[in-house]
Design a protein around this ligand. Structure first.
Ligand code: SF4
Length: 120
């Protein structure tokens, strides 16, 4: 499994952490964090294309912010909790998607994964 992360100012050689994060992040956590962000991009796609009034979805707003916080440097390197959050956000995304008529959705709004291996 390869790794590439260039999300922060600590990044190796100013280009990307590719073996292990300077911050201590490992490859698995990097992949899961990327998928978490991809999942909430999917939530966003459903919200925009489905014209969802997001002011009526406080819990989803809260969870999206929690996702973003989980990915900041040194905040959360717990793969199990990130995996749980991915599953939670896929469920929220799918619930929103089923409640609207949205067309031409991005893959981020429709993909599914069953196992941790699939996530990685
Ligand atoms: S978050 Fe960690 S792995 Fe990513 S660029 Fe910064 S130091 Fe490297």
């Amino acid at each position: 499994m390869s790794m590439f992360c260039y999300q922060c100012q600590e990044v190796a050689k100013n280009t990307g952490c590719t073996i292990k994060g300077v911050c201590g992040k490992n490859k698995e956590v990097a992949k899961l964090q990327d998928l978490l962000i991809y999942t909430i991009k999917g939530v966003s796609d459903v919200v925009v294309k489905g014209k969802v009034d997001i002011t009526k979805h406080d819990e989803t707003n809260y969870e999206v912010l929690s996702c973003l916080f989980m990915t900041i440097t040194n905040a959360n390197f717990d793969g199990v909790s990130i995996e749980k959050q991915i599953r939670k956000m896929m469920a929220k995304r799918d619930g929103l998607r089923k409640s609207v008529l949205a067309e031409n959705l991005h893959d981020a709004a429709t993909f599914t994964v069953d196992s941790r291996d699939d996530m990685l």
